[in-house]
Design a protein around this ligand. Structure first.
Ligand code: NAI
Length: 332
């Protein structure tokens, strides 16, 4: 099936091309994001494959439908970037990748926590410059500390298991409690208790209207003083300007993010030779107790291999009129 693959990076092209030898789809790789300005690049493609910062709103979906696109496949678990109601109205099913290595994201969240708490990136920068001074590199033991996990699904539970291995006390908050979390020794509490008790909070819930800015001024004001916040889920979960205010007062002791609410115009590109006009991200990266990465938590061989395989299988199923097992509920 003719498939336009938007936001295609070199690793996407290499892995899709290799795996596609077993499927035989006609893949058209497009480096640009899908937007109203680039949608014409998918002309003639029955399938369109997108990533997290592609614009798949009602306007773009209508343009895709007019060009003959019949299915949208996102190379992600989250689908907050897709207007699934508009897709359903246009008779376009949306498929995603529900099951790919939750370890990739959970392990990265732990990496961010260690990098932030033990100042590993800062220390590495210093030693490259011949500075072996230790002042400013003090962290705290994770052993015996309380870790609050918001969203205890696939990724949240793997994160919980790793933190249990560190000897942490686990608190959880979830709209749908998961018995696996309690089997790990975790305890579900309300948000206020989690926020007040946790030395570390990690976000692993999806971005929905209910969770937008779940970390805002009112939650930040209730934090245990000096708590660390990790966000590998979606940028829109955190009110970044509020987080900056609380970093300045020390109420928020550190912030490590792999996702950022305004990331669409920044991430997945080399902007090192340009002037970045987003003052919020520029302010954030100036803090010594902030770590920012560019949405790479999923980037392991295992995870990408599964993403590519599942995406190609979904497109094949659509082509053959078979059931779409990875269809987003709420879309067709
Ligand atoms: P999942 O669906 O297995 O788990 C999500 C959990 O969040 C569920 O237990 C759900 O009940 C809970 N939840 C939903 N609404 C909630 C609310 N209002 N409050 C508290 N909990 C709530 O999803 P999975 O696979 O664990 O992924 C979690 C998120 O991680 C995804 O939605 C996505 O945004 C993000 N992600 C980020 C990646 C990255 O590269 N940075 C890669 C993959 C996923």
């Amino acid at each position: 099936m003719k498939t336009a693959v938007f936001s295609a990076r070199r690793y996407d092209q290499a892995l899709f091309t290799k795996a596609n030898s077993a499927f035989g789809h006609e893949l058209r790789f497009i480096g640009d994001r899908l937007t109203p300005d680039t949608v014409h690049l998918a002309a003639g493609c029955s399938a369109v494959c997108v990533f997290v910062n592609d614009q798949v709103d009602a306007e773009v979906l209508a343009l895709l439908a007019a060009q003959g696109t019949g299915v949208v496949a996102t190379r992600s678990t989250g689908f907050n970037h897709i207007d699934t109601v508009a897709a359903a109205a246009l008779n376009i099913p949306v498929v995603r990748v529900t099951d790919y290595s939750p370890h990739s994201v959970a392990e990265f969240a732990v990496g961010l926590l260690l990098t932030l708490n033990r100042k590993i990136a800062r220390a590495s920068t210093r030693t490259r410059e011949g500075n072996f001074e230790l002042d400013g590199l003090m962290g705290f033991d994770l052993y015996g500390k309380t870790v609050g996990i918001i969203g205890t699904g696939k990724i949240g539970n793997v994160f919980a298991k790793i933190m249990q291995g560190f000897g942490c006390t686990l608190l959880g908050h979830d709209a749908f409690p998961n018995p696996l979390f309690e089997q790990l020794g975790g305890r579900y509490v309300d948000m206020d208790e989690l926020v007040a008790a946790s030395h570390v909070i990690s976000l692993h819930c999806p971005l929905t209207p209910d969770t937008h800015h779940i970390v805002g001024r009112s939650l930040l004001a209730k934090l245990r003083r000096g708590a660390i916040l990790i966000n590998t889920s979606r940028g829109g979960l955190v009110d970044t300007e509020a987080a900056i205010e609380f970093l300045k007062t020390g109420q928020l002791g550190g912030l490590a993010i792999d996702v950022y609410e305004q990331e669409a115009s920044l991430f997945f590109q080399d902007l090192s030779s340009t002037i970045i006009t987003d003052d919020v991200i520029q302010r954030l990266v100036s803090f010594p107790n902030v770590v920012v990465t560019g949405h790479q938590a999923f980037l392991t061989e295992e995870a990408i291999g599964q993403i590519v395989q599942t995406t190609l299988e979904s497109i094949t199923a659509f082509e053959r009129g078979q059931p779409l097992v990875n269809r987003v509920l709420g879309s067709l």
